[in-house]
Design a protein. Structure first.
Length: 100
């Protein structure tokens, strides 16, 4: 099933010159564009899920122990920044795959 989907996608992108791929570049370049989109999308999806779980558990922790809210909030902000940094790195690496 995956091979059929990949062959249909390759044929579609190779036939359509307006898909962001230079004319005559071939199916390999078209698959690079698709790979970049999938890679960047998965990176952002993973970061969104991670930050959502982080926020949910932090709010639950603050509800259970309100006196520790400052420490929990600080750890939550720092961890969210790390998650966003990893997501940005993954998107940049995915975009570099398009040009290299």
């Amino acid at each position: 099933m995956f091979a059929e989907l990949l062959s249909m996608l390759t044929a579609f992108l190779a036939a359509d010159g307006s898909a962001g791929v230079a004319a005559g570049a071939g199916a390999g370049a078209a698959l690079k564009v698709v790979g970049v989109g999938i890679g960047a999308g998965l990176a952002c999806l993973g970061a969104g899920i991670g930050i959502g779980r982080l926020a949910a558990s932090s709010v639950e922790s603050i509800a259970r122990q309100p006196e520790a809210s400052g420490d929990i909030r600080g750890a939550m902000i720092l961890t969210a920044a790390f998650i966003e940094g990893v997501c940005l790195f993954a998107v940049v690496v995915s975009l570099l795959g398009l040009f290299l």
